[in-house]
Design a protein around this ligand. Structure first.
Ligand SMILES: [Zn+2]
Ligand SMILES: [Zn+2]
Length: 181
């Protein structure tokens, strides 16, 4: 592969390729001068030869065609493209800083959520333990209530039984300090 201008060897990675004639050039052999300039204009770069042909056509036609820029326009465009590019780069940098901040807070949030869900899990476990205890005590309570009622009934029966055994004796004069039991 050789340069369309100086005819010396050129490596494809470092060459500028014209979109019109498909010829490769050393960027330094063209008005581009640097590979960086080429990379910025890669998709619409015409070699100097094609550009002058295009200029002749456009001046002959007296038609303004925005795809055929003249040299001064191209330089102007290069500068504005560079500025735009730098602005975009700065914005990307600012954005990536913001993304890092957001990532940090997302990580914090997810850690908090993890912490919260483990707490919730242990709370749920405690609640179910308590529910079991409550059920146990409710059963115990019912049992005790039944026992109390049963004992009350026993006491009642015992009282009635003792009343039956009590014989009321009347007509016996009461003596002071007499043992009646
Ligand atoms: Zn060359
Ligand atoms: Zn060309």
């Amino acid at each position: 592969m050789s340069c369309g201008k100086c005819n010396t060897v050129i490596s494809p990675a470092k060459s500028a390729v014209c979109i019109t004639c498909d010829t490769s050039y050393h960027p330094v052999c063209t008005k581009l001068k640097t590979l960086t300039n080429y990379k910025i204009n890669k998709d619409f770069w015409n070699c100097d030869l094609c550009l002058s042909k295009l200029k002749n056509i456009s001046t002959r036609n007296k038609k303004t065609d925005i795809s055929y820029v003249d040299e001064s326009d191209l330089n102007y465009d290069l500068d504005s493209v560079k500025t735009d590019f730098r602005n975009v780069l700065q914005k990307i940098e600012a954005l990536s800083k913001k993304i890092v901040t957001i990532e940090t807070s997302i990580k914090f949030c997810s850690d908090s959520i993890d912490d919260f869900s483990s707490k919730l899990e242990s709370a749920v476990k405690k609640i179910s333990v308590m529910e079991n205890k409550i059920e146990f005590y409710e059963q115990k309570c019912n049992k005790l209530e039944k026992e109390v009622n049963f004992l009350k009934g026993n006491i009642c029966n015992a009282e009635q039984a003792s009343m039956i055994n009590n014989i009321e004796i009347s007509g016996v004069p009461k003596t002071a300090n007499e043992n009646v039991s």
